[in-house]
Design a protein around this ligand. Structure first.
Ligand code: SAH
Length: 348
């Protein structure tokens, strides 16, 4: 066959079945290929051992598998692994495996760089280069699952979309990857174990609530006062807090699941009593919980972790109003694998 071979992972199961029928072969071969691709995460036609050699050669004549490869693995002294993942066009994204005593959490990227401009985040400094394809997101998960089995003797227990990029700005591909990850014909993972984290694009939160309200939602809030939020997340000028609140209320009405607010407390920015109380009021609208994230320095002098007293104030006020609050300790800081630090620093 002449011309460019098609990436086989862009084919639906039906297309794979008809491919075989067109070549006078049984349609069920298409199901077998689909299973190899999405259940067993095969990256080479030669792995498809229940197909004959001539059938594998036929596939290779017409198709490629544009899989990702690991350019570098770093391990933190706390056990966290960070992969630099090379895409088929040479671009790099990072993904992270965070082990605890009982869990293995995969943190995956949805874009190369990021569309947004949060001034405290290292990924934002890269700008958005492109969206990831569904299979590139799937590969990150499949690779981390393999590493979890190898390093920690258990499969992934959770997946969080908290790596590079804004998932809501690559919505169709994120949804398509999640459907491969959760489908019984794919990795078969429960959607309840998946958290999509967004900086808060109201329209997209509503769309997701309508179409796919099965996984968990986290919203990076960082301030419940418009002015403060606009100054540290400039893109939010187009997305007022009232619109965000309405979208979250809509999400809750559809899912009956509490939303998690991710929140970093910075010295001199949002460490006042007024900011803490604004958060309390914001949280009281819709059942929610707060995850206070430790700040991971990314070389911007404007930001520094708030004093312990300010964190205590937040915890105290939230608890007083029965709003669940947890403090997320950073993992993998020594290898720039923690929240907001993913910026392909160790590799070019
Ligand atoms: N774009 C998505 C997901 C990626 S960021 C989102 O904004 O939710 C994952 C989380 O890390 C977000 O809550 C983000 O606000 C937070 N974050 C970004 N930079 C950080 C930093 N330097 N220290 C701690 N958390 C940071």
């Amino acid at each position: 066959m002449s011309g460019v071979r098609k990436d086989i992972r862009q084919c639906t199961k039906e297309e794979l079945r008809s491919f075989f029928v067109t070549h006078d072969l049984p349609a069920f071969r298409g199901n077998q290929v689909y299973e190899w691709l999405w259940q067993k995460a095969a990256i080479d036609f030669d792995q498809m051992t229940n197909l004959s050699i001539s059938q594998r050669e036929l596939l290779a004549e017409y198709f490629t598998i544009n899989h990702t490869s690991i350019a570098q693995v770093q391990q933190s002294n706390d056990g966290t692994l960070k992969n630099a993942v090379r895409l088929h066009d040479g671009k790099i994204v990072e993904s992270v495996l965070i082990p605890t005593k009982t869990r293995s959490t995969a943190c995956v990227s949805s874009q190369v760089g990021c569309s947004l401009d949060c001034s405290f985040c290292a990924t934002a400094q890269l700008k958005r280069m492109r969206n990831l394809n569904p299979d590139e997101i799937f590969d990150q998960v499949a690779t981390l699952n393999r590493q979890s089995l190898e390093y920690f003797k258990r499969p992934l227990s959770n997946i969080v979309f908290m790596g590079m990029g804004e998932p809501m700005m690559n919505y169709p591909n994120v949804i398509s990857a999640i459907s491969k990850i959760t489908s019984p014909e794919g990795m078969g993972m429960s959607p309840k174990r998946i958290t999509v984290s967004t900086s808060g694009i109201p329209k997209m939160i509503c769309k997701m609530a309508d179409e796919y309200p099965k996984f968990k939602l986290a919203v990076s809030l960082h301030s419940a006062i418009e002015e403060t939020r606009n100054s540290i997340m400039p893109f939010t000028k187009n997305f007022p807090l009232t619109a965000l609140q309405e979208a979250i209320a809509y999400w809750y009405a559809r899912t009956k699941e509490r939303v998690t607010y991710e929140y970093v407390v910075w010295k001199g920015i949002n460490d006042s009593y007024e900011e803490a109380m604004a958060l309390v009021r914001f949280c009281k609208h819709i059942p929610s919980k707060v995850n206070l994230i430790e700040y991971n320095p990314v070389g911007n002098d404007q930001f520094a972790q708030a004093d312990a007293a300010a964190i205590d104030l937040y915890v105290e006020e939230l608890s007083k109003h029965q709003i669940p609050v947890t403090i997320r300790r950073s993992r993998g800081k020594d290898i720039d694998a923690a929240c907001g630090q993913l910026a392909n620093k160790s590799i070019s």
